[in-house]
Design a protein around this ligand. Sequence first.
Ligand code: M6R
Length: 607
Amino acid sequence: MCGIVGIVGREAVAQRLYDGLKRLEYRGYDSAGICTVQGGEFERRRAEGKLDNLARQLAAEALHGDVGIAHTRWATHGAPTVDNAHPHIAGPVALVHNGIIENFKPLRDELIADGRKFLSETDSEVVAHLVAREVENGKSPTEAVATVLPRLHGAFAIAFLFKDHPDQIIGARMGAPLTVGYGEGENYLGSDALALAPLTQKIAYLEEGDWAVVKRDSIQIYDRANKPVNREIVESGALATRIEKGNYRHFMQKEIFEQPIVVAQTLQSYVRPFEGKVALPDFDFDLSTVNRVTIVACGTSFYAGMVAKYWFEQFARVPVDIDVASEFRYRQPVLEPGGLALFISQSGETADTLAALRHAREEGQTIAVVVNVPTSSMAREADLLLPTHAGPEIGVASTKAFTCQLSVLAALAANLARAKGRLTEDEEREIVEHLREAPEAMNQALNHDEDIAGMAHLVAPARDVLYLGRGPDYPMALEGALKLKEISYIHAEGYAAGEMKHGPIALIDDLVPVIVLAPSGPLFEKTVSNMQEVRARGGKIILISDAKGLAEAGEGCVATIEMPEVHPLIAPLVYAVPVQLLAYHVAVAKGTDVDQPRNLAKSVTVE
Ligand code: M6R
């Protein structure tokens, strides 16, 4: 993953590079570093851990120079130590790298045999040495980079700095995003438009295989065949202001509480309340021709897709295949030409999902994308762009992006159902009404915040936690478990309630809290039977249901959380709230780093 910024500036760059890294911290926070070139020498500061550590170093020992590169790291090759922190320097070359050089081992062996000394365990340092060797053998920076790039396998975005050519940075991309920015008398390079937003709104996205020579007064882009090319310069529209926590203790908490507003905001683009109709953005595609939908995503976005599978099949009677993106293209899925493939992502940059999207396009699929970052690669590569309007999501644990994804997917299910002739006008009007009720129902769920905080002590000491649900509450159980494990580090699993007896029931004893998501309805009795099976083995149940469900099955639970009674279509949006709050309060009780949990990054741009 990792984030990259580079500035060929008119004045000191260290502070601005640091600010750029702050905006890229969502891509990783294992270590960070900045390197400038000044008077024919590199100056470098690097620090382990969060960016604040680098800030302290910069305060203690200022970094000079008006040309520099910077990096925030998510460790792949080598532990998160200072030695492994970027920028890496090899003789006359410094670099920062995002991605993985898959053939680094033979390249490293070759360079060691050539007498070169390595100072880190990273794959990235190999590239610095390869380019340094070319420069030391008399090649210009551009010649050296052009020689080395074809030797690299894998996915990368790289920025190079040259000791003896202090007026330029060279950037290159293959499989990881990189953007160049145009300023007044200075130019930039960054992992995304957001990193560059305070510096410039005029940007160009490099395409696969592109590399660019960035100087103060020019940016020359080359394609993978080393031919000079022009890439369109666009207004990025990325927000230049810093997102603040306001009165909340954590971004995640703020984002959980923002949900009613952002869900309402998102739904505004997908329903026409006065006409009682669901609507999609304008695009030239006839949904009635869709006979199968392939959904692909990762993590929380994948669980949103799993919920959508229930809806698409139930309302539109259209069969759905769903895959986690990292499996999709490698299992060689059978895709009928002309099919619809739907990709779901908060960031729009997740490497696995992006690779799956490109694979689906090669297989002749129409590409629909539900995405939160409008400037992202996926947004740009979509045929049918279905934006969520959650606003920037900072907490690594996805919350508001998830419920906004669900809102869009519910509207898409209704659109598909209408296009397939499965929805009468009255039924559509009814769905629109229910969707409009969602923000208020989520508000009611949020009112249980204090009660849920009071339940944290039931879960915080546990080693294992199970989440159970049926129907669309099964993916919600998976999502609840993911939320808990990623921010509280407690082992948690989500199961289809009826599947528990086929194995996981062996885990149940009086130390295992079992969180059951069960709105009253046709599946409720079945889930209650599964609860009895848990109870009979001493399991401690926290039941999340509506008043009817709690009246029927609440007795004997260690705690209950009452949700408003809602239509099944919006239940997942509402039931997301208590599982998010529970995970949040358990993490706070355990004292973990809620917004930046260990080992994770907000945007996962490596495969
Ligand atoms: O940006 P994306 O939605 O593509 O990200 C997918 C997952 O990496 C993401 O949902 C991850 O699982 C979250 N940390 C979950 O809270």
